[in-house]
Design a protein around this ligand. Structure first.
Ligand SMILES: Cc1ncc(COP(=O)(O)O)c(C=O)c1O
Length: 382
């Protein structure tokens, strides 16, 4: 039996009480119990700073970048640490060329951290921000490719739309961008860790993801992948730790013009992040051990169940060809009833409302019983 077939619900690794039905990973996930222990130890470590050694500044964050690189098929040096998606997108803005009259493509209702920076950039360069309308058939991929008219300099999009889980085929979009000479900037916050993705197949210019959702990580901790062709670019900050030889604390004022190799120059200041790094290390080790494909298989079993139950209640969902394995919108024509999430929360069932949809987002700690609880509550309330 392969590991893909053997993956089962991992709720025992999390501190989720039996009466809580948590189907809201797209909002944020719980961290692993083991990660919480490591995090508590890391906080206690600051009681005794004399025990923090110079390698502690460098080795754990490098390991975090290495684990992320393993997940996305990148080299360990191609990944840097960022505190947020907006920070990672700002790196892309700083390093991509844009001429007056050229276009930047984004999707309708895209998450603001991957829209505001492009609005600003377009205005500064007298370029145009083009928003792809939400396709009725859920096929974003064809609309993005059709919009690549030779004037598009940058496509900034996710792999999965944060509101309803509709998917973009990044392999096709990446190929189309390359063919047209457009740069591709990805916000993978709503899919990385639970949906297969490889920079080798997609070849984005920049990819950024926050870790506090599907990566089971802490808040204020994210990753940026920088394609080798941009690694000589300009970082947002000129901090000491991103410079060559920064591990020689006695010689930090022998100022260096060279940076760390690869994407090292793009790291956020204080990237050592002693308290949060142990948490993400636990999470990435687990996710990589389970395997992203196996997680996606497991979760698509749950979203298929959700889709079938929603259909039986007359709610519409994206068809299987265009929906993600882990995040699914149950669409109410004319909007979700007022107070629905509160009525569910009263029963300790947690989902989100985004636009006209209830957004249901299971992770590896969920099982069929959670789907049953959600739908029996919905049948009761509606
Ligand atoms: C798609 C997406 N990107 C990014 C974020 C978070 O952005 P930031 O890290 O800039 O706060 C979210 C949060 O909901 C999101 O859904």
């Amino acid at each position: 039996m392969t590991s893909r077939q053997s993956l089962t619900c991992q709720k025992h690794l999390f501190d989720i009480p039996a009466d809580v039905t948590y189907l809201n990973a797209a909002y944020m996930t719980p961290i692993l119990k083991e990660a919480a222990l490591q995090g508590q130890q890391a906080v206690a470590g600051k009681l005794h700073p004399w025990e923090t050694s110079i390698p502690d500044f460098f080795e754990p964050p490098a390991r975090a970048c290495g684990l992320m690189a393993d997940m996305i098929g990148a080299g360990a040096d191609d990944v840097a640490l960022v505190p947020s998606v907006s920070y990672g997108v700002a790196i892309a803005v700083r390093n991509l060329p844009l001429l007056p009259g050229q276009k930047i493509l984004v999707l309708a209702d895209q998450f603001p951290s991957n829209v505001y920076p492009w609005q600003d950039m377009a205005q500064i360069h007298q370029a145009e921000l083009v928003t792809i309308a939400r396709p009725k058939d859920g096929d974003w991929t064809s609309r993005i490719i059709a919009a690549l008219d030779g004037e598009v300099a940058i496509v900034a999009c996710p792999q999965v739309h944060w509101t309803d889980g509709s998917c973009i085929d990044l392999v096709r979009v990446g190929a189309a961008c390359r063919a047209q000479g457009a740069a591709l900037v990805l916000d993978m916050t709503q899919s990385l860790g639970v949906m297969p993705f490889s920079v080798r197949d997609v070849d984005p210019d920049f990819m950024v993801a926050a870790s506090y959702k599907w990566l089971l990580g802490p808040y204020s901790y994210g990753f940026v992948y920088v394609a080798p062709r941009h690694q000589k670019g300009v970082p947002l900050e000129q901090g000491w730790i991103a410079r060559k030889g920064s591990d020689d604390f006695a010689r930090l004022v022998d100022y260096q013009s060279d940076y760390l190799p690869g994407a090292g120059r793009f790291n956020v200041g204080e990237r050592s992040n002693f308290m949060l790094t142990p948490i993400i290390l636990q999470a990435l080790e687990k996710l990589n051990a389970w395997g992203v494909e196996a997680i996606a298989d497991y979760l698509s079993g749950l979203t298929d169940m959700i889709a079938a139950r929603a259909g039986a209640m007359g709610l519409t969902v994206a068809d299987k060809a265009h929906r993600s394995p882990h995040l699914i919108g149950l669409n109410f024509d004319g909007g979700a009833p007022d107070g629905l999430t509160a009525a569910l929360a009263d029963r300790k069932i947690y989902v989100s409302v985004r636009g006209n949809s209830i957004r249901v987002s299971p992770h590896i700690y969920n099982e069929a019983q959670d789907v049953e609880k959600l739908f029996s509550a919905l049948e009761d309330i509606l």
